[in-house]
Design a protein around this ligand. Structure first.
Ligand code: COA
Length: 685
């Protein structure tokens, strides 16, 4: 074997008449500037040497190239540019054979498509996920993929973010060979020794017109799934270019749009979340702290929340003991859990073996003594301080002294909940969101006594359960529900001062939320917020403006969809909210009695004022040390409250529109409802 002397992440070596081109750029072989330059040089070296039969291109480590280097996207793209590098690979006299493993994404898939042949290890995944970063591919992805597997399939990948398995791509004609990992070296040698006739380069192939009917159908689907984001539609459009113009025109057009989109608010927001999600998984304060292993978990309370938590734990391979107050309740809890498992089975989320294994690892009981050897106990009982305290008293008597104790409270003070528990360093809050086996967010609440190791165990568990974990300190509602309360309060002020529920809901839906505040309350029920307002009454400043509409509805037993009336009315068996004249009268009547002058608010006014309050609360939460960063606040909103991902979260949105603008609206909000808002330092004019 002879090796070409080269530095950097791309190395070339020769074995007889075969060149080996190896990319080694951990962690995911992203196509950074050094990789692009190295690849270009490799093409040159391989072609400069006489008698080379083929160049085998592979990547070291966990995956073939997983895309462009996202951290480079904030500045101008340094040369050489990926399209030029890939054009050189495609035009190489010596044919390139891509050997693919891991996740062949973005620029990695674009590179593979420029190789004359493609061999993949079974289990490899393929995709063009640029759409998830608010982008379109920038190096021929939207132009070569339709020429490889057809326009309809290309739309699925580019615009809808679908990924293909190696077997699926092989069926679509996108690969030459799929082999098991163990057989790879031998299969590649055989393949290279007997190369089939070199296929025409994808950039040279013609594509038939995209059938109008199928384009329109896909457009409807893409628009629906985009939920207001622009990138999916740009991707659809770019795929269409491939059937309307030659590659030599389509690709530069694709590149220009890719570069323009890098500079869009949508892409900045999505890139911000990409890195925020990864940073949140490993908080800096826990660097070097090792977490105790958690295998056996007690979940106290077998309601919807407790069963959702149990379900998430079982799916992650934990053993679960569910504790209920008596045998009958334990039996119902087991039935509820079985219902969730059946649902997962019928939706194809779990196999029959996985369901059986989960049931074997599950026990429902009324006997706390069964918890003697658990590593962790999570309380998910009724939101009442005394009830929760009783649970921990009972647990404290039976569990090991190093077993972690966690409360799932949404609003109560964990310090009070754990009062009197021995070894308080093992106490923590693990705030799941309902349904707990589906919702991604986990707020990990640190008490003043919580040890680093216990906090680290919370994060390790979150990771194992596939959650986005965010650390938070103690305040009423922690990060998410505290922001929700502020959001709802401001919406109520707008109702009082001139709006109707349907107007506010439409404005927030238009902004990108899946539902407005009133539709959402009707869906989840008005009682919890009602109980919270009653609980907070004692500590609420008497000067704070208080709007009683929610209380008035609850007093009439209009609790939302389940009682057929709430902020809206519902036809029997239907879930579509219908404006309720009685609610409108209630609002107008209250206004007349309290001499409130009603104003007209435009959709923009509504969004600006509600967003100002949400952002202000986010800043207060950071200033008070409840959240450690704006990124964490954004993650909570995106993963727990349906905030549109493509907007990056409220704090990223604030950066986009400018803090001065937010401050101005916050001033207006504070003037509208005096003595009701504390303005964060970051927004003080
Ligand atoms: N550019 C820069 N860094 C990247 C990257 C990229 N395209 N893809 C992954 N990384 C980094 C991550 O930030 C993380 O860094 P960290 O360890 O410092 O936090 C590290 O690589 C590992 O990524 P992670 O997502 O934690 O690992 P994983 O094994 O769960 O997933 C991938 C690997 C490749 C599937 C996933 O990272 C991914 O989807 N990446 C984006 C791919 C993409 O969008 N490509 C198109 C870009 S235009």
């Amino acid at each position: 074997m002879s090796s070409f002397e080269n530095e950097g992440p791309v190395r070339v070596s020769f074995e007889g008449d075969i060149a080996q081109v190896r990319i080694d750029n951990p962690p995911v072989n992203a196509s950074s500037q050094a990789v692009r330059a190295g690849l270009l040089k490799a093409v040159e070296v391989v072609n400069a040497r006489g008698g080379v039969h083929a160049a085998v291109l592979s990547c070291a480590g966990r995956t073939f190239m997983a895309g462009g280097d996202i951290s480079e996207f904030d500045g101008p793209a340094p040369e050489p540019h990926l399209p030029d590098v890939l054009a050189a690979v495609e035009a190489s006299r010596v044919p390139f054979v891509a050997v693919l493993h891991g996740t062949v994404l973005g620029g990695g898939f674009e590179l593979a498509m420029c190789c004359a042949y493609r061999v993949a290890v079974s289990g490899t995944r393929f995709g063009l996920p640029e759409v998830r970063l608010g982008l379109i591919p920038g190096a021929g992805g939207t132009q070569r993929l339709p020429r490889l597997i057809g326009a309809e399939q290309a739309v699925q990948l580019c615009a809808l973010g679908k990924q293909l398995s190696a077997e699926e791509l092989l069926d679509l004609g996108g690969l030459d060979l799929v082999v098991t990992k163990g057989a790879l070296d031998e299969a590649v040698s055989q393949f290279v020794a007997n190369l089939p006739e070199r296929p025409q380069a994808l950039s040279q192939r013609d594509l038939p017109q995209f059938p109008q009917q199928s384009y329109e159908k896909l457009e409807g689907l893409v628009r629906k799934q985009a939920k207001g984001a622009a990138a999916p539609l740009h991707n659809l459009e770019a795929v269409k270019w491939a059937s309307e113009m030659p590659f030599s025109e389509g690709q530069p057009r694709e590149r220009a749009l890719h570069l323009a989109l890098r500079d869009s608010a949508e892409s900045r927001g999505l890139r911000h979340l990409f890195f925020a999600e990864r940073a949140a998984a490993k908080p800096r304060i826990l660097k070097g702290v090792s977490a105790p292993h958690i295998q056996k978990v007690a979940v106290v309370g077998g309601g919807l929340m407790g069963c959702g938590i149990a379900m998430a734990l079982l799916a992650a391979g934990c053993d679960v003991i569910m504790v209920e107050r008596d045998d009958a309740a334990a039996h119902s809890a087991k039935e509820r859990l079985k219902g969730l498992l059946d649902g997962a089975l019928s939706r194809g989320k779990m196999s029959i073996e996985a369901v059986e294994s989960a049931l074997q690892r599950f026990l429902a009981t009324a006997d706390y003594a069964q918890c003697a050897d658990v590593d962790l106990a999570i309380e998910a009982v009724f939101e009442d301080l005394d009830v929760k305290r009783d649970v921990f008293r009972a647990l404290d008597n039976v569990v090991r002294k190093d077993a972690i104790l966690a409360t799932n409270t949404s609003y109560l003070d964990p310090i009070l909940i754990f009062e009197g528990v021995t070894w308080p360093e093992r106490c923590i809050g693990l705030h799941f969101f309902s349904p707990a086996h589906i919702m991604k967010l986990l707020e990990i609440v640190r008490l003043p006594t919580t040890s680093d190791a216990v906090l680290a165990a919370g994060f390790a568990l979150g990771k194992r359960l596939g959650k986005v974990s965010v650390a938070c300190g103690i305040c009423d509602g922690f990060i998410g529900n505290r922001m929700l309360a502020a959001y709802r309060r401001q919406a109520d002020y707008l109702l009082a001062d001139g709006c109707l529920p349907e107007q506010i809901d439409a404005a927030m839906r238009g902004f990108g939320l899946p539902m407005g505040p009133y539709e959402l309350q009707d869906l989840t029920g008005l009682q919890i917020a009602w109980a919270n307002r009653q609980r907070q009454a004692e500590t609420r400043s008497p000067n704070e403006r208080y709007i009683p509409f929610g209380d008035l509805l609850c007093a009439r037993e209009h609790f939302g969809q389940r009682s057929s009336r709430g902020w809206y009315q519902y036809r029997e068996g239907e879930r579509a909210p219908l404006a309720d004249p009685e609610v409108e009268n209630m609002i107008l009547d209250w206004g007349r009695r309290n001499s409130v002058v009603r104003h007209t608010f435009t959709t923009e006014d509504i969004v600006a004022r509600i967003m100002a309050v949400l952002i202000n609360e986010g800043f207060l939460i950071i200033e008070e040390g409840i959240a450690s960063s704006a990124e964490d606040v954004d993650l909570v909103q995106v993963h727990g409250y349906g905030f549109p991902r493509w907007r990056g979260g409220p704090m990223a949105y604030a950066r986009e529109i400018g803090l001065e603008d937010v401050s101005r609206h916050m001033e207006a909000v504070a003037a509208q409802s005096p003595n009701s808002w504390r303005i964060a330092k970051a927004l003080a004019l």
